[in-house]
Write a protein that binds this ligand. Structure first.
Ligand SMILES: Cc1ncc(COP(=O)(O)O)c(C=O)c1O
Length: 511
């Protein structure tokens, strides 16, 4: 895929006279041409995977949006297009795609491409089923049942119920609405007027914005999602939470939901579950743990203590598509109480969830969710977990932390070229500034920090233009832009960490 036009090597079949009407499902007995077409597309995918794992190849070929519009033909015309062109389109789309599996891509919480999980995703696409009933997805429904039960046991919920949701943000929304159902069951039929008082949610100032978004979606209003201050490590301060809860009660409002983040998005901090759970018990609040990011630590005996007492929560979000490396998307939400998910969301649609079916309809999941149709996100997780076993997953998590430790050592060894934003991070997030030569011998005061915040996006732009490295950056509260490096790709080795630190210096020393 060095050249996006180069999709037609000598031994490949010519598809220029073949159209969609010449393959399945329109043309019967067209196995040969169907396979030829699919084989060409699979070859492109395989080449992309080879390239993504080749450290000498770029992560991306950057183009500005206006330039990209001139290079890629996005047009859908009136007439059919031959499959040779379609194969070319596939190659071109991947040619310009960022290689998120590249070992020098440290940009998002989801990095890497697990090959067994990919096989699962390909098989899932071939099966192309909907996850609402056992009737049309018997193996996958039972698989979901078993894997979610296993995850609940790992959390410490020995009963309960769970579901796969399209992302951690929606998983958090599920928790907010289930808590509302549990405490104010009249809401479901009567709406907002059934609520006795203004409901109030609490979440740390460093938590994911999806909690605020859930407050908006549910009609509570973002002003009623109260941000609780964090300590210098980014962890919620329980005494501040209690103070804010009391204030809301005094105002005549009804505090009802506390989100405790285990693995914050930027700093990777873990809120202290136990004291927060005590406050929830004292004031009759629902405790949700957002472990979308940090949930993977439950699989490592060395790391799981960071989520001690998670079983005290009423609900837990845990995204396998982040630290566990399952392909996007794969996100779970777990409840301690069985039956609540169904009670919250069931609409009893007669045309799907008939109660007189010839099998045990409790296996039908469709009425537990706010969607109707649901993608099969379980097979890619199940097959990946099955291939690794619990031991392989533990090794995966431990390896990520070893690489994180190697990076922290490497930063220290490079002296004044780096400045940590957070020393001793709890997760695999490493937050730092790169210091160019001219700023190395000056005090780390407000002026230098402001200047570092200004040059961080310039260094990021250089990375992308060169195509050698990707690390994300952001401001956080009063702290101006800094880099947040994520190691969640199991393919990352020490030499990649060395490369990352040295490449930052090559690209940024003169800034
Ligand atoms: C702590 C936390 N919760 C929730 C989410 C949302 O997850 P998703 O992107 O899968 O919706 C994120 C995403 O980064 C996150 O970091």
């Amino acid at each position: 895929m060095q050249n996006c036009n180069n999709t037609n090597s000598a031994n490949l079949v010519d598809l220029s006279n073949i159209y969609y009407t010449d393959i399945f499902p329109i043309k019967e007995n067209s196995s040969l041409s169907t396979r030829e077409f699919l084989q060409r597309v699979i070859d492109i995918c395989l080449e992309f995977i080879d390239e993504s794992n080749d450290r000498s190849r770029p992560i991306l070929r950057y183009n500005d949006p206006d330039e990209m519009k001139t290079k890629f033909n996005f047009n859908i015309g009136k007439e059919p297009i031959n499959l040779e062109q379609i194969v070319h389109d596939c190659a071109q789309a991947l040619y310009y795609q960022v290689r998120t599996a590249h070992p020098h891509y440290f940009n998002q919480l989801s990095c890497g491409l697990d090959i067994v999980s990919l096989a699962g995703e390909w098989l899932t696409a071939a099966a192309n089923t909907n996850m609402f009933t056992y009737e049309i997805a018997p193996v996958f429904i039972l698989m979901e049942h078993e894997v979610l039960k296993k995850m609940r046991h790992i959390i410490g919920f020995y009963d309960g119920d769970s579901i796969l949701a399209p992302g951690g943000a929606i998983s958090n929304l599920y928790a907010v609405i289930a808590a509302r159902q549990k405490m104010f069951p009249e809401y479901k039929s009567k709406g907002l007027r059934a609520l006795p008082q203004q409901l109030v949610l609490f979440t740390s100032e460093h938590s994911h914005y999806s909690i605020k978004s859930a407050g908006a979606v549910c009609g509570f209003g973002t002003d009623n999602v109260i941000e609780v201050p964090c300590d210098e490590r980014g962890k919620m301060i329980p005494s501040e939470l209690e103070k804010l809860v009391k204030i809301q009660y005094e105002m005549g409002n009804r505090p009802y939901f506390v989100n405790c983040t285990c693995g914050t998005t930027v700093l990777g901090a873990f809120d202290p579950i136990n004291p927060i759970a005590d406050i929830c018990d004292k004031y009759n609040l629902w405790l949700h743990v957002d472990a979308a990011w940090g949930g993977g630590l439950l699989l490592s005996s060395k790391q799981r203590h960071k989520l001690d007492h998670i079983e005290r929560a009423q609900s837990v979000t845990w995204n396998p598509h982040k630290l566990m490396g399952t392909l996007l998307q794969c996100s779970t939400i777990h409840f301690k109480q069985d039956g609540l998910l169904l009670e919250t969301n069931e609409m009893c649609a007669d045309y799907l969830f008939q109660q007189d079916k010839h099998y045990d309809t409790s296996y039908d999941t469709g009425d537990k969710v706010i969607q109707c149709g649901r993608h099969n996100d379980i097979f890619k997780l199940w097959i990946m977990w099955r291939s690794k076993g619990d031991k392989g997953y533990e090794r995966h998590i431990d390896h990520l932390f070893e690489m994180r430790d190697y990076m922290l050592k490497g930063i220290k060894a490079r002296g004044d070229k780096f400045h940590m934003v957070l020393e001793n991070p709890e997760c695999v997030n490493v937050s730092f500034w790169y210091i160019p030569s001219r700023l190395r011998n000056v005090p780390h005061d407000d002026e230098r920090i402001k200047e570092l915040g200004r040059i961080t996006p310039i260094l990021k732009a250089r990375m992308m233009q060169k195509g050698t490295l990707m690390i994300s950056y952001q401001p956080l509260g009063d702290i101006p832009n800094f880099f947040r490096n994520i190691i969640s790709n199991s393919g990352v080795q020490k030499k990649d960490v060395d490369f990352l630190l040295d490449e930052l210096d090559r690209l940024g020393h003169d800034l």
